[in-house]
Design a protein around this ligand. Structure first.
Ligand SMILES: Cc1cc2nc3c(=O)[nH]c(=O)nc-3n(C[C@H](O)[C@H](O)[C@H](O)COP(=O)(O)OP(=O)(O)OC[C@H]3O[C@@H](n4cnc5c(N)ncnc54)[C@H](O)[C@@H]3O)c2cc1C
Length: 396
């Protein structure tokens, strides 16, 4: 009988297997992966550069980047945080660098570096890796059945199958509740998009709000051919993932193009400008320094300021604050997408990642109902929960 089987050769499963074998070199640790390759998502992540983690070293601050799982991850991050991730990779010869927005990448700018470090370490410590192993069913105890009829027995089991259906079904069969999985981290489609011509234009800070909900997010916003993208849109898609799913991705979206200025202040500035330079055109003036093309599209009135009524100015101020668009559909964000939903967090002890309903069963990574914003937070969840599950799984 094998001491520990880890199912799933992604970031969480690999890290868990390495940690378990490192802590218990005498134990047999087998990692099963259904496909021919390990760490497939790591390879394509971050546009091939792998955004390994985020330079946020304060657990209390870090958990704010997780729409689901922040409460449970707080203690977990005290045990294994981005600091330990950086140290772990550095100790294996992989130096990470920080970009201006806090994202951390290998200095090589190549995800292969991360794969080599993980696979190299797994081999060095003696994890037995078996690829092309499609597990079909799992029975308590544990008995693992394969497609070809073979059966494997193990004492402890870590499920790290990401957002794949199999893992959810097994977890359910072993007594767990699965929070229905829905996509997170996507961009918004706006049919008949009035700003389509502006594709590629971005603003440094805009606020997006979903009508009829409390969801609102501020950050850089990118206009695309299809609608809105960029950090503000991705953040909103993550926090409102379930609401948007329930609305079939149809919603009214309000854009505040200048969230740093109140509507009254903006109106006051426009009125002052009208008084000071009545002969000038507001169109040419672009008083709030929005990207020129955007300003021209939002405000196309060529009349002189003196010829604009206070009502016109009031209307402009409120349009700049709550410009409305109809969202109908979403587009997958190619850089990073994750699943919201998975194994119910309350049924897992986040100190050890052990199941509270099925002893000796552990979870790590995206299979859990935990997901983060884009920026390296999802891999950090995989490293942290993988570390805890791996370290605890072979304990007494
Ligand atoms: C395009 C893209 C880019 C991304 N970029 C980033 C990024 O830069 N930074 C970041 O933090 N996050 C990123 N993410 C998110 C991140 O990749 C995931 O959160 C992370 O990979 C989850 O790791 P995991 O090990 O839990 O699951 P996975 O990586 O999905 O691994 C699960 C493994 O289990 C295997 N498996 C499933 N079913 C079975 C079965 N029946 N039998 C055996 N094996 C099975 C799968 O084949 C897979 O190898 C990105 C995601 C995508 C899709």
């Amino acid at each position: 009988m094998i001491d520990l089987v880890v199912i799933g050769g992604g970031a969480a499963g690999m890290f868990a297997a390495i940690q378990a074998k490192t802590a218990h070199p005498e134990a047999s640790v087998v990692l099963l992966e259904k496909s021919a390759v390990l760490l497939a998502k790591v390879r394509v992540s971050g546009g091939g550069r792998c955004n390994v983690t985020h330079a946020c070293f304060e657990p209390r601050k870090l958990v704010e980047f997780y729409p689901r799982g922040s409460k449970e991850l707080l203690g977990a991050f005290h045990r294994f945080s981005p600091r330990q991730t950086v140290d772990w990779f550095e100790a294996r010869g992989v130096k990470l660098k920080v970009e201006a927005d806090g994202r951390m990448f290998p200095v090589s700018d190549c995800s292969e570096t991360i794969i080599e470090a993980l696979v190299g370490e797994a081999k060095r410590v003696g994890v037995e890796i078996r690829t092309l192993q499609r597990v079909k069913r799992i029975m308590k105890g544990f008995s693992i059945g394969f497609q070809d009829g073979k059966v494997l027995e193990c004492k402890r089991l870590i499920l790290a199958t990401g957002s794949g259906k199999d893992g959810y079904l097994w977890a359910e069969g072993l007594g767990h509740t699965i929070v229905p999985p829905v996509p997170s981290l996507f961009t918004f489609n706006v049919p008949l998009f009035a700003l389509q011509e502006l594709s590629g234009v971005s603003v440094a800070e805009a606020r997006l709000s979903l009508a009829g909900t409390r969801h609102s997010q501020t950050g850089p916003l990118l206009i695309t051919h299809f609608g809105f993208s960029g950090p503000a849109a991705l953040k909103l898609s993550a926090w409102a993932a379930r609401d948007l799913f329930e609305r079939e991705y149809k919603a009214d979206l309000f854009v505040d193009w200048l969230p740093g200025i109140s509507v009254e202040e903006m109106y006051g500035r426009l009125v002052d400008l009208k008084g000071a330079t009545p002969q000038r055109s507001l169109l040419a003036e672009n008083p709030f320094r929005l990207p020129k093309q955007l300003w021209k599209t939002l405000f196309s009135n060529p009349r002189r300021l003196g010829d604009l009524s206070l009502k016109d100015l009031r209307h402009l101020a409120s349009k700049l604050h709550s410009d409305s668009y109809r969202v109908e559909g979403k587009t997958t964000n190619k850089e990073e997408f994750v699943t919201c939903g998975g194994v119910e967090r309350r049924e897992v002890d986040f100190r050890s990642m052990e199941s509270k309903v099925c002893p000796h069963l552990f979870f790590a990574g995206e299979i859990l109902d935990v997901d983060g914003l884009t920026g390296g937070f999802n891999f950090q969840n995989a490293w942290t929960t993988g570390y805890l599950a791996g370290r605890a799984s072979l304990g007494l």
